[in-house]
Design a protein around this ligand. Sequence first.
Ligand SMILES: [Zn+2]
Length: 208
Amino acid sequence: MKHLLCIFFLSVLSLNLLAQTDSEKANEYRTQQEAYRKGLLLQQLDSGKLLMENGQYEAADKKFKYVLDNIKSVPSDLTYFFGKNSLYLKKYKQSIDWLTKYIQLKGTAGQYYADATKSLQQAESAYIETRKTETKQIGEVLSRNYDIDCGPGLKVVCPVCKGTTVVKKIGVFGESFKTCTFCDKHGFLSCEDYNKLIRGELQQEVKQ
Ligand SMILES: [Zn+2]
């Protein structure tokens, strides 16, 4: 009898172990699949870059949009390339939106900072011009509808107070200064809060 019990426990134990390795394998497989999918999307991003360099802006736009719609978290470099390509396509509002996002995310340390700033200025003046002539762009793709990957630091300089932690208010009695309610005491936002802020969801949270 003792012997039988022993066999019973041993088989239960080995079944458990088997089940465990199975779920581990499933997890591993899922992670591999995700990495593979992300790799394919990054290839699409690269070919979008090439198309843009070759002046095929419509084709590049298709590639970038495909990545935007299928990637879990938008790589910050894509915010620059999509913004820059939007400028070529004369979608100025869209261009301003994504280039601003890139500059907010990467700051002066960003690889494309200089060009992003220059392109942003071009988009802004062109946008003012188009507003004068009242030509409207329809169906522009804006960054607020996407989750942006803030990169390895996972922190972003607060775009509201620009990292100063202080916000200037102009009221009836002149200027006054208030502590910024969006960021931490060092002027930073977590990536999650940053994404909420650009969707206009963070303010509500602070008020509650
Ligand atoms: Zn702030």
